[in-house]
Design a protein around this ligand. Structure first.
Ligand SMILES: O=C(O)C[C@H](O)C(=O)O
Ligand code: SF4
Length: 514
C-alpha cells in the first residue's frame, strides 16, 4: 500500500482541477439551450472558459475547494487507520501546493488550521465490502452551495406551493421549493441530490450520496425515475437561470434516493451542488495502493467549447448592453450613470473582504483608505513564493448575502463605491446603494481561474491572522468584468428574478402525482 498516499493526492488534484465528463456534458447542453447574448449565456461561456483554464493550469476550478468528503469501500482486513493517515497527509500536501484552499476553521476562535486538517475535517467514511478492490470517491462541495441545502419535514406549508403532504406529490413540492429558494446563490445552474426518509442526519447523508450518481443515469425505482424527470422539466421553467440572472436553465441534474423513516418523521433532504460539481473516484489495488481505474470519465475527454471572443466583449457587441470601463477611485457621478444590466470592466486597485473583515469594519477603522474604492467578496487561494511574494491561484466571488447585516453601514462609513460579489444582496444594501451612490456588481461564481487571470499584482495584505480566505488582500486588476445587478437607483435584478420565479413556482401548485 505504499502508493496509497500518492493515489489520494492525485485524486484530490484531479477532483479540484478537472470537472468530469458527465458534468461538462450537462453544462454544454445548458449552453445550447440559452439564447446567445443573454446574461445567462454570457455566464455559461465564462464558466466553460474557466473549466478549460482550470484543467490547463492544474489549478482549482473554484477557489472554494469545499469540504473534502471521502466515501471509501475496502475489502475485509484493509488497514483503515493507515489509509486515514495517508489521506490526511495527502490533503495537507494538496493544500500546501494550492490545489485546495485552507478551509478548516475553528468554529469558536475563527482560527484557520492552514492545512485543511482539524476536528471534523476532512470527512472520511469507511465501509467494508466483499470485493477485493478498494473504491475511493471524493466530492469537494463548496460552502456557498452547502448553505443552500434544505431539509423539509412533511407535512408542511410551502411558499408558492401551498400544502405539501406525506406522499410523492408532497415530495415533489419540496424539491421544487428547494430549487426556488436557492435562487442563484449556490452558483446555479446546479445539481441536486435528494434523500427521502431517514432521520435528520441520514436523510442528508442519503441526499449527498445521490451526488455520486452519474448525471445521465436512470433511477432504478420507476416512481423516482419519473419524479427526477419531472423535476428537471419543471425546475427549468422557474426562470432563475445561471447565477440567478434569469434564463432557461436552472437545474442541471436531479437524483433522488429513498430510505425508511420513523412513523412520526418524514424528511425530504436536499443537497444543492453548484455547477462546479467536483467529484471523482478511483479503484485502488489493495496490494500496492496504486490507482487501477478512474471511476468517472475524465473531463479531458469532453472539451468545453471556448467562445470565439471574450464573453464580455460578445455581450457589449450584442447592442442592448453598455460596457463601462472604471478605474478606482470611482466618483459618485460615474456610479450614478450605471444601470442594471451594464457590464463594468474594472481596472486598478481592488480589496478583498468577506465575513471576518465586514464584522471587524463595523467597529474599527480600515487599514487602507476605501473612499471611492471597490470591495470584492472573495476568499482566494494564495501561494507565497520563495521570495516571500504572494500569488493568486484562484479568486472567484463568494456569496454576498452573508454580508447583508453589515454592507450598507460599511459602504457609507468608508465611502466604498462598488461591491463585487455573487448572488446579490437584500433590501438594506439596495437602500444604502441608493442613498450613498454605489453599485453591486455580480461576478460569475466559481469562475476562479478566469478572475485570477485578471489579477495582475498583489500589492499587500492585512489581517492575515483571519486566515488566507478571510484576509484583506490588496489586488491590482485589469479587465475584471462584472454585471451591474443592483444600481444606485433602487433597481435589483435579484429582486426581479426572485419575484418572477415565485410567480412561476405557483404554477406548480396543483397535484401531479396522485
Ligand atoms: O467560500 C467561497 O469562496 C465561496 C463559497 O463557496 C460561496 O459560494 O459563497
Ligand atoms: S463559489 Fe459557487 S462554484 Fe464555488 S463552491 Fe461556492 S457555490 Fe460552488
Amino acid at each position: 500500500m505504499n502508493q496509497f498516499r500518492q493515489s489520494m493526492y492525485d485524486l484530490i488534484v484531479e477532483t479540484s482541477t478537472n470537472l468530469p465528463a458527465d458534468v461538462r456534458k450537462a453544462i454544454k447542453a445548458a449552453q445550447e439551450q440559452e439564447d446567445a447574448g443573454t446574461r445567462s449565456a454570457l455566464s455559461l461561456s465564462t464558466i466553460a472558459t474557466n473549466i478549460e483554464m482550470a484543467e490547463c493550469n492544474v489549478s482549482p476550478i473554484c477557489q472554494d475547494t469545499g469540504m473534502p468528503t471521502f466515501i471509501i469501500h475496502t475489502p475485509v482486513g484493509a488497514n483503515q487507520i493507515q489509509m486515514k493517515k495517508d489521506i490526511l497527509e495527502a490533503v495537507s500536501l494538496a493544500t500546501k501546493h494550492g490545489k485546495l484552499r485552507s478551509n478548516s476553521v475553528d468554529s469558536l476562535t475563527g482560527k484557520n488550521s492552514g492545512d485543511n486538517l482539524g476536528p471534523g475535517t476532512p470527512v472520511i467514511h469507511f465501509e467494508q465490502w466483499e470485493r477485493d478492490e478498494i473504491d475511493v470517491r471524493l466530492i469537494l462541495k463548496g460552502g456557498g452551495c452547502e448553505n443552500k441545502n434544505i431539509q423539509y419535514s412533511l407535512p408542511c406549508e410551502l411558499e408558492g406551493l401551498g400544502k405539501a403532504g406525506r406522499d410523492l406529490d408532497g415530495i415533489r413540492k419540496c424539491i421544487l421549493h428547494a430549487v426556488y429558494q436557492a435562487q442563484g446563490q449556490g452558483c446555479s445552474a446546479g445539481f441536486i441530490g435528494v434523500g427521502i426518509g431517514g432521520d435528520r442526519t441520514t436523510g442528508y447523508e442519503l441526499a449527498k450520496k445521490q451526488l455520486f450518481r452519474e448525471v445521465d443515469d436512470v433511477n432504478e425505482i420507476p416512481e423516482l425515475a419519473q419524479l427526477e424527470e419531472y423535476i428537471m422539466k419543471a425546475a427549468n421553467q422557474l426562470g432563475i437561470g445561471t447565477m440567478g440572472f434569469g434564463g432557461q436553465v436552472t437545474l442541471l441534474g436531479c437524483k433522488i434516493g429513498v430510505m425508511n423513516r420513523l412513523p412520526a418523521s418524514f424528511f425530504v433532504s436536499v443537497a444543492y451542488n453548484c455547477w462546479a460539481f467536483r467529484r471523482q473516484g478511483v479503484v485502488i489495488d489493495p496490494a500496492t495502493g496504486a490507482i487501477t481505474k478512474w471511476i468517472y470519465k475524465s473531463g479531458s475527454e469532453e472539451p468545453m467549447k471556448r467562445p470565439a471572443q471574450k464573453p464580455e466583449t460578445a455581450v457589449a457587441q450584442g447592442g442592448e448592453r453598455r460596457e463601462v470601463v472604471l478605474t478606482a477611485p470611482i466618483t459618485e457621478e460615474q456610479i450614478r450613470s450605471l444601470r442594471v444590466g451594464d457590464v463594468v470592466i474594472l481596472n486598478g486597485p481592488m480589496f478583498t473582504g468577506r465575513d471576518a473583515l465586514h464584522k471587524y469594519l463595523m467597529d474599527h477603522d480600515s487599514p487602507v483608505d476605501l473612499n471611492g474604492h471597490v470591495i470584492y467578496h472573495c476568499g482566494p487561494v494564495m501561494l507565497k513564493d520563495e521570495n516571500g511574494e504572494w500569488h493568486v491561484k484562484a479568486a472567484g466571488p463568494t456569496t454576498s448575502i452573508r454580508e447583508e447585516p453589515y454592507q450598507g453601514d460599511i459602504l457609507k462609513k468608508f465611502g466604498i463605491r462598488a461591491v463585487v460579489g455573487k448572488g446579490g444582496m437584500g433590501a438594506k444594501t439596495l437602500k444604502a446603494l441608493s442613498e450613498h451612490g454605489a453599485v453591486y456588481l455580480n461576478a460569475i461564481g466559481g469562475a476562479a481561474q478566469y478572475y485570477a487571470e485578471c489579477i495582475k499584482k498583489v500589492n499587500g495584505v492585512d489581517f492575515l491572522e483571519f486566515g488566507i480566505p478571510e484576509a484583506m488582500w490588496h489586488l491590482e486588476v485589469e479587465g475584471f468584468a462584472a454585471i451591474v445587478t443592483m444600481d444606485s437607483h433602487g433597481n435589483s435584478l435579484h429582486a426581479d428574478v426572485e419575484r418572477d420565479s415565485l410567480g412561476k413556482l405557483e404554477q406548480f401548485k396543483e397535484p401531479v402525482f396522485k
